[in-house]
Each structure stands twice: as C-alpha cells, then as structure tokens.
Design a protein around this ligand. Structure first.
Ligand SMILES: [Zn+2]
Length: 106
C-alpha cells in the first residue's frame, strides 16, 4: 500500500466514523420523534423515509469500517479490482468500481 493511499484511507476512516455517528444520532432523534404524539410535527411517511435513510447510512458506513479492519477496503466486490481513490473520496462506502456499479444497475 503506498503512503498516499494509506493516508487517504486514514482520512476516509475518520470521515466514515464521523458519518456513522451522524447517522446514529439522526436515527436516535427520529426514533424519539416517531414515538411522540403527532410524530414531533413530522409527516409519518417523511419520518419513515428519513429513518430508512439513516439506517442505510449506518449499515453502509459500518460495513465500510468492517472492510477497513479486515483489509479488504477499496476492493471492488464485483471484479476484485482496486476502486479508484477519487471515487472513494466521493463515496467512502462504495463497494463497487464504476463499471461494476453500472452493470449492477443495468
Ligand atoms: Zn469492479
């Protein structure tokens, strides 16, 4: 692993950990709202959507952090190739390189 990639991974790990905390905090807050009469002023569908987004964010970031601890972070699950660091900087929890991601959607 080159120094640049290593440094980037450390920066990404810090971002993922922060993101994980943000999503966890959001989900806790939304859960509190969902239990209040009138859902804390939220529309129930909106609240459900926001909770789903927060849950997905927690799952994505936890999964990425797990891959970091296992040493498989940054490897595409489709072709086994290295996901470009530029893509990981935009999407730190990415599990596929762009061509594989597009194949999955198609
Ligand atoms: Zn791939």
């Amino acid at each position: 692993m080159s120094d640049t990639l290593h440094e980037s991974t450390e920066a990404l790990r810090a971002r993922l950990e922060r993101q994980f905390q943000v999503h966890t905090g959001q989900l806790t807050e939304l859960t509190v709202h969902s239990r209040r009469p009138g859902h804390g002023g939220y529309d129930p569908d909106t609240l459900r959507g926001l909770m789903e987004t927060a849950r997905q964010g927690i799952a994505d970031t936890a999964e990425a952090l797990r891959r970091m601890s296992e040493g498989t972070y940054g490897r595409c699950e489709g072709c086994g190739g290295q996901i470009p660091i530029a893509r990981l900087e935009i999407l730190p929890w990415a599990r596929h390189c762009v061509p594989c991601q597009q194949r999955h959607r198609g």
